[in-house]
Design a protein around this ligand. Structure first.
Ligand code: AP5
Length: 214
């Protein structure tokens, strides 16, 4: 199975993907994580992506599509969750071409819907481990010791694009570029939606039900 989790920044795509990986053995492909790794490793890709990401703007489509193609090539036969890709119509068309070459297809595009005020609360309170990438929230999911990752002991910090200015840009970018994918996937007959509000376990239950995964 290969499916897409999409929705606004802070909807819980990364949190829910981590649960699907841990409990169902799926593979998580997050373009945001791929770009953040490239920045951490100071690769050419990372240098191109850094300033765009920090400000909350999208990385160009051609770079992003090529990165995903490279990543998916190694995942033939695996159950894959796509998180944060595609987020433009050009990327959605690019994905179709990639999957066609692999003789695979996207089975579901699952939208996670969350009220904008809640998104702001989630994003401004998010903290992420700079070593293993584990995600926390100052109020909803705090670390046991302040600033220290429960899982690996790494430094837990705020993401550079979780400032109010960058969040505003990300939300605007999302509305202009990613919201049109709802109609795109409705036309393809693979769109579904769930509420992303409530506890992470409640949202997870809705996802499993929607994907018909036991
Ligand atoms: P990316 O990393 O994909 O960021 P995003 O889409 O903005 O999504 P987020 O990671 O912010 O949110 P999420 O939905 O994963 O929420 P999370 O689970 O962490 O992309 C970053 C940047 O990379 C982009 O801006 C762009 O520059 C670039 N990029 C990436 N993909 C690209 C592409 N395809 N094309 C071009 N550029 C691209 O949850 C958020 C917080 O809420 C956490 O603290 C969490 O603990 C908390 N939380 C989660 N669920 C709940 C719940 N149910 N109740 C309470 N709190 C909750």
């Amino acid at each position: 199975m290969i499916f897409l989790l999409f929705g606004p920044p802070g909807a819980g795509k990364g949190t829910q993907s981590a649960k699907l990986v841990k409990e169902k053995g799926m593979v998580h492909v997050s373009t945001g994580d791929l770009f953040r790794n490239a920045i951490k490793n100071e690769t050419e890709l990372g240098k191109k992506a850094k300033s765009l990401m920090d400000a909350g703007n999208l990385v160009p489509d051609d770079i992003t599509i090529a990165l995903v193609e490279e990543t998916l090539k190694d995942l033939q036969g695996k159950d894959v969750i796509l998180d944060g890709f595609p987020r433009t119509t050009v990327q959605a068309e690019g994905l179709e071409k990639i999957l066609e070459k692999m003789d695979r297809k996207l089975e579901q595009a699952l939208f996670i819907d969350v009220d904008e005020n809640k998104l702001l609360q989630r994003l401004t309170g998010r903290r992420v481990c700079s070593n293993c990438g584990a995600s926390y929230h100052v109020e909803f999911h705090p670390t046991k010791a302040e600033g220290v990752c429960d899982l690996c002991g790494g430094d837990v910090k705020q993401r550079k694009d979780d400032t109010e200015a960058a969040i505003k840009t990300r939300l605007q970018t999302y509305k202009e570029n990613t919201l049109p994918l709802i109609d795109y996937y409705k036309t393809k007959g693979i769109y579904s939606a769930i509420s992303g509000e409530g506890s992470t376990d409640e949202v997870y239950g809705r996802i499993l039900q929607q994907l018909s995964v036991e």
